[in-house]
Design a protein around this ligand. Structure first.
Ligand code: FAD
Length: 307
């Protein structure tokens, strides 16, 4: 058995692996794909102390750093379930089982996609999901935000300070965001809100986004608006479906409940990063959380009875 078994190879999992291995305990990292969401990211300008890098480069750096320690890296395998017996047993989709004295869950999340034509084609070419990350790339331009819930309206307020104009498109006839956010957005001269708008296509010139087409659900008319970028803000889905049958507490969004030490409701199981209830989902935040979870796992090991 392992001392610390990490599930996930994104920034949180990689940081947990380095911190655990540096304690000299037997560490393994299981990941479907090393790098996680970072592999899907183009420019990164908020990884502190590195003014600019790119996803695949940062990802390679994560992997290289983990490999410098004697961590068992198991990739292209998916965890299927977790249960606590004498040890913590992780069953894989392949049917194999890995056992460990402690586990760090860092399976991350994925942005919910609209699923309209043009979205996949122009991803990273004007279609964006993270305003903190990609907002500054649209300085002085007109951008759209799809989704009028809290994340969409927060994105609009955030972007309004950077870009020339923001138009929010909401499918329902009213915004779902908290009142205070709606009032703030409506008070900004460069924010327009369009409700009852069903986005049907993200348009582009072959290289980058140049607008969207939506159906006005009140009149049935199709409308096209010119935009330099489109932020899709219809939800972030944690990769925790596989934990649903376990004893592990998840909140109503499916995020793993953790405390300030990264401890979950299952003794010996810790969690970090975008898969958890952490309020902000970012690379530097995930790394810090991964380090916290690994240190907590080590603390758990030294306090547990020795076999
Ligand atoms: P992830 O990066 O999601 O990694 C999850 C890991 O778990 C992966 O290795 C995955 O393969 C593995 N996994 C999932 N399920 C299973 C399973 N069942 N079994 C085994 N392995 C599994 N943040 C910034 O700070 N700056 C940016 O500029 C930035 N830009 C972004 C751009 C895009 C397009 C996206 C999508 C995100 C961006 N983010 C950015 C957010 C950032 O990427 C995430 O906050 C960060 O990657 C979260 O790290 P994580 O380790 O928690 O999860």
């Amino acid at each position: 058995p392992y001392d610390v078994l990490i599930v996930g190879g994104g920034p949180a999992g990689a940081a947990a692996a380095v911190y655990a291995a540096r304690k000299g305990v037997r560490t393994a990292l299981l990941a479907e794909r090393f790098g996680g969401q970072v592999m899907d990211t183009m420019g990164i300008e908020n990884f502190i102390s590195v003014p600019y890098t790119e996803g695949p480069k940062l990802s390679a750096g994560l992997e290289q750093h983990v490999k410098e320690y004697g961590v068992d890296i198991i990739t292209e395998q998916r965890a299927a379930s977790i249960a606590r017996h004498k040890m913590i047993d992780l069953e894989l989709e392949s049917g194999a089982t890995l056992s460990s004295k402690s586990v760090v869950l860092a399976t991350g999340a994925r942005w919910r996609e609209l699923g309209v034509p043009g979205e996949a084609k122009y991803r990273n070419k004007g279609v964006a999901y993270c305003p903190h990350c990609d907002g500054p790339f649209f300085k002085g331009k007109h951008v759209g935000v799809i989704g009028g819930g809290n994340s969409g309206v927060e994105a609009a307020i955030d972007l309004a300070g950077i870009v020339e104009h923001v138009t929010v498109f909401e499918y329902a006839d009213t915004l779902k965001a908290d009142d205070v956010l709606q009032r703030k957005a409506r008070s900004m001269p460069n924010v327009t809100i369009i409700t009852s708008a069903q986005t049907t296509e993200i348009n582009g010139d072959g290289n980058k986004v140049n607008g969207i087409t939506y159906t006005d659900r009140l009149t049935g008319a199709s409308q096209t608006i010119e935009l330099a970028g489109v932020f899709v803000q219809i939800g972030l889905v944690p990769n925790t479906e596989w934990l649903k049958g376990s004893d592990l507490a998840l909140n109503r969004f499916g995020e793993i409940e953790i405390d300030a030490r990264g401890a979950t409701s299952m003794p010996g199981v810790f969690a970090a990063g975008d898969a958890t209830t952490v309020p902000y989902k970012q690379i530097v935040i995930s790394m810090g959380a991964g380090a916290t979870a690994a240190l907590s796992a080590f603390d758990h090991l030294i306090r547990s009875s020795v076999e």
